[in-house]
Design a protein around this ligand. Structure first.
Ligand SMILES: C=CC1=C(C)c2cc3[nH]c(cc4nc(cc5[nH]c(cc1n2)c(C)c5CCC(=O)O)C(CCC(=O)O)=C4C)c(C)c3C=C
Ligand SMILES: [Fe+2]
Ligand SMILES: [Fe+2]
Length: 341
């Protein structure tokens, strides 16, 4: 079979530094944070803030955290993405070729797009590995890939996997991970999502302020792409799968860069719950399909340490989907659904 009859599937994740060393982390942060869809400020302000304030203040500590995260296989985000690719390839069969690339650093999406071009595929399915749409994740990935396809004059029919937080098999895969723990042995469950600056939330529904958006209770009419709305909706659906009542769980947001980010903040919420006597907490992080710095280190080390220091008894992070069979099955269904749209 020639590649003319085959479909290329391009999985794209955020990316990690090449090595847990200051030079590599500096390069990674520079590429990541200079993206205008990540730090969405006017050009001059972004350049100044990112390159003279944020990175110089952040790079040393980020390197320390990456050193803690690193394994013999490298960065978990990268090796889990590769394992996912291998298993998905087997699941999809010979009519598809699965590729993996990162939005920032390596494997470089521009090089992978060139491989896809050289191999002459007729169809390309871009699969940004984010359950929820955000300008700093899904949107920047789609824009970058489209720009590169145009630049390299790649003649291919492109389809894009849109957000999939509500796909029944994605929810089932996450619930299966959580069910590896006995939820009844915990006092509370926390769904922790990567946060965003509030101003980016308001860009999801121009003219409607975060405080006026009914996101936390239901998906409002304007809210299909409201990140906050889709995170709360994910939590409601996962809670249902796990048999949790409203009082059994909370929703919170982590990884803030400054104080004007989505609230409640996960670290603060965990301590609030502790004050209410919830000493054993199970944490799910359904915005991440692979384990990474934000799950393993931020929740699994940093938040856990503070929680235990303050008198908590147990803080357990549920492993992400990584290359688990239910997730590979979900990916296959998501790809087939996208093809048939
Ligand atoms: C799950 C989706 C993610 C959203 C939304 C997101 C927004 C976002 N992130 C930053 C800044 C940083 N993020 C960093 C790491 C990081 N972010 C995500 C995912 C989302 N980010 C992942 C999976 C990772 C981990 C990568 C890894 O190598 O394991 C970092 C680097 C680490 C650090 O220094 O803290 C930064 C910086 C912004 C500004 C933003 C939205 C505006
Ligand atoms: Fe991030
Ligand atoms: Fe909203």
């Amino acid at each position: 079979m020639t590649n003319k009859n085959k479909t290329a599937v391009l999985l794209m994740n955020v990316g990690s530094p090449d090595e847990p060393r200051i030079g590599s982390v500096y390069k990674y942060l520079t590429e990541f944070l200079n993206d205008k869809r990540v730090i969405d400020l006017p050009w001059l302000l972004r350049k100044f803030l990112v390159n003279f304030i944020i990175i110089p203040f952040r790079v040393k500590n980020s390197t320390r955290l990456y050193k803690l995260l690193w394994t013999k296989k490298g960065s978990p985000l990268i090796y889990h993405s590769f394992e996912m690719k291998e298993k998905l390839q087997v699941e999809l069969g010979d009519n598809y070729d699965v590729f993996v690339a990162m939005r920032y650093q390596n494997p470089d999406y521009k090089r992978i797009i060139n491989q896809i071009k050289q191999q002459g595929f007729k169809k390309l399915i871009l699969f940004p590995l984010y359950p929820h749409h955000a300008m700093s994740t899904t949107e920047t990935t789609i824009v970058a890939v489209k720009k590169e396809l145009k630049k390299q004059k790649v003649d291919v029919d492109l389809s894009v996997v849109d957000q999939f937080y509500d796909h029944p098999k994605f929810l089932k895969a996450f619930a299966t991970q959580a069910k590896k723990y006995d939820t009844s042995a915990y006092d509370h469950v926390v769904f922790s999502y990567h946060g965003l600056p509030n101003r980016q939330l308001e860009k999801c529904h121009p003219g409607i302020k975060v405080q006026d958006c009914n996101c936390a209770e239901s998906i409002p009419e304007h809210g299909k792409y409201c990140y906050r709305a889709t995170c709360y909706a994910t939590s409601r659906m996962l809670a249902k799968e796990l048999g949790l009542q409203k009082s059994d769980y909370s929703v919170s947001f982590q990884s803030r860069l400054d104080k004007n980010w989505m609230e409640p903040f996960t670290d603060k919420l965990l301590l609030e719950k502790l004050k209410q006597g919830k000493k054993k907490i199970l944490v799910l992080a359904p915005a991440f399909v692979t384990d990474c710095l934000e799950t393993i280190i931020e929740i699994g080390d940093e938040y856990k340490e503070i929680f235990l220091e303050q008198g908590g008894e147990k803080l357990q992070l549920v492993e992400s989907l990584n290359a688990e069979p239910h997730w590979i099955d979900a990916m296959k269904s998501i790809i087939h659904k996208t093809e048939n749209e």
